[in-house]
Design a binder for this molecule. Structure first.
Ligand code: PMP
Length: 288
């Protein structure tokens, strides 16, 4: 079934949802975006995603064409129009139509695109058996070059690392920052468990402040698990008991091998499995 797409100020048919070849989102990756899930017709952490989008826009000095409450309503309208029960929303804001030059000030109206569609998850088997990962040689963007907290349309830094993962026949790669500390995976945040304590690299180590990461930390805390945000090295990843990733699309997924070294006993660990279950309950509204 053809989708209804929100383009700028209203819904249009998928076939009519087109942007200009002069849009700086296309020419320069100049823009910001969000990926949001729908579970049982409920939009997951919508306010948090909208807040992050506006913060990203503010950092790159991109003006939004509507207010936060108006954008929330536009997202809800798009989800309803496509009758999405379980799905994925892609929210894209570009600098808009300009000239071939870099100058963002000639782009008057930013383009707003909202797509609500089905989601392609990792296969269930990967959640049960766990995923393999490798360390990327591509260093995460230096925060003074482009703050990794900005969810910008320029994902080449992550894509370079993703290529390294795929070259090694694994779906994900660990990215380290310019100081050698663990930053994040190419599209997910990183957690490890050692001696029953849950560790996450601080956002300042060079990651997106993941919405799923925030939820996982809250759920772990509620379960009485000590959560410590501190710089982690490759050594920490090699000696940990459990390792998992968090993200909107992946949710919580166990890592069982890194750079050819087995993590724990080679299966997703008990804390990983418990947090995955709690996350599912939370997302589907089985608990508050
Ligand atoms: N890091 C990067 C680079 C991402 O693109 C994402 C989102 N896919 C995440 C982390 C996870 O963030 P969230 O939980 O908000 O999806």
């Amino acid at each position: 079934m053809a989708l209804k797409i929100w383009l700028n100020d209203g819904l249009v048919d998928e076939a009519d949802a087109k942007v200009s070849v002069f849009d700086h989102g296309l020419l320069y990756g100049d823009g910001v975006f969000e990926g949001i899930r729908v579970y049982d017709r409920k939009i997951f952490e919508l306010e948090a995603h909208i807040r992050r989008l506006y913060e990203s826009a503010r950092v790159i000095r991109l003006s939004m064409r509507m207010s936060e409450p108006e954008l929330i309503e536009a997202v809800e309208t798009t989800v309803r129009a496509n009758d999405i029960e379980d799905g994925y929303i892609r929210l894209v804001v570009t600098r808009g139509v300009g000239t071939l030059g870099l100058d963002p000030l000639v782009c008057t109206d930013g383009s707003l695109i909202i797509i609500a569609d089905k989601i392609q998850l990792y296969p269930e088997e990967l959640y049960e058996k766990g995923m393999k990962i490798v360390s990327a040689t591509t260093v995460r963007n230096h925060p003074l070059a482009l703050p990794p907290q900005v969810k910008s349309l320029n994902y080449l830094n992550n894509i370079m690392a993703k290529i390294e993962a795929l070259d090694n026949d694994v779906p994900e790669a660990v990215m380290y920052n310019h100081e050698g500390y663990v930053a994040e995976a190419t599209g997910d945040n990183i957690f490890i468990v050692r001696n029953g304590v849950l560790y996450a690299p601080p956002v300042e180590a060079g990651s997106l402040e993941g919405i799923t990461r925030g939820v996982v930390i809250r759920l772990a805390d509620r379960e009485g698990i000590t959560v410590v945000e501190k710089n982690l090295t490759r050594y920490d990843l090699y000696v940990c008991d459990e390792f998992f990733l968090s993200g909107t699309a992946a949710e919580v997924i166990g890592i069982v091998e890194i750079d050819g070294r087995t993590v724990g006993d080679g299966k997703p660990g008990p804390i990983t499995r418990m947090l995955r279950e709690r996350f599912d309950d939370y997302a589907r509204g089985k608990e508050k």
